[in-house]
Ligand binder design. Sequence first.
Ligand code: SF4
Length: 386
Amino acid sequence: MVKPSTAAVEGIPPRPLPMSPEAATAPDPQKLAPELLGWYDRHRRSLPWRARPGERPDPYRVWLSEIMLQQTTVTTVSAFFDRFVARFPSVEALAAASLDEVLHAWQGLGYYARARNLHRCARAIVAEHGGHFPDTVEGLRELPGIGAYTAAAIAAIAFDRKAAAVDGNVERVMARLFALETPLPAAKSEIRALAETLVPDARCGDFAQALMDLGASLCTPRSPQCILCPWQSACRGRALGIAETLPRRRARPEKPTRRGFAYWAVRPDGSVLLRKRPENGLLGGMMEVPSTEWREAAVDEAIARQQAPVKAAWVRLPGTVRHTFTHFHLELTVLAGETATGAKAEGQWVPLDRLSDQALPTAIKKIVNHALGVARRSRSRRAPSR
Ligand code: SF4
């Protein structure tokens, strides 16, 4: 086996050999915050929701960005944020809007439970707090849709409170910095306790954002760029040569697949049948193409035909529609049928060219695209060739 060399090669700094666990000393919390803040002052990301140096952060923008970023990437939120704020410029404007308007404006971000909670939260802030965000972790946690991480992030960034905002990125940085080998999620409480020891007395908001930037730009899941990291000399995971393998994780169980039938019902005037999902639960309050229950056991097609929301001569479309949610895969077969004008139906008829006005989640848009794609292909096969 070839031993790693410590010699520098043409400008490439030598990679240190891993130390023994005894030789790699624990990081000194007193030095870590100043090192990270110094790096942040030089390399902070410029983001649409972030206050510039010297500017006072706007709690509304901080809150919005934290909710949007919960399950969506910075790139997607960056392209979306200004448009949303232009439509709802203040917490009062958001509270005054209808839920349908908010869900519609949220299209493209997914995880619509966040939008419903956002709306409830805006109304609670206006009704119970005179339009002002509570400025403590405890006060923020009482609001709808604000969990431990989000409360800490808002308290730190918007109000400079001494709070540790620990999300997946920060867990990774902490696990590496302290070389924690306990797998997640068991390591969560230990990581939180360690993160709390690092928060400085001043510039708490900058520290929280610096940690986010470090996790996003240098201490990335694969190939961390330790050579550029302000904590490179303190990092125990790096010294031991195990940084990239951390954090350890308990193996995740496989996601189950749920199946069902969707009904693509079209009226002679070209309108399509949609219905509203129940307010609570997955995709709550969103419009959908009607479907059977989604479940793991196979759904019998004959029963699906009996359960159709409107009378029609149903034809099974070729192929299936697949979508993956957080906890399961979804596989839907589409039954398409043309109905008579005035046929009694459970739902609401929407003209095809008005579908884009509806708050349709991505999974449902896939059904629409599938049905329209099959119809288009079948028309082009029937068209006489020239
Ligand atoms: Fe992450 Fe490397 Fe920095 Fe350690 S030195 S915190 S592993 S980027």
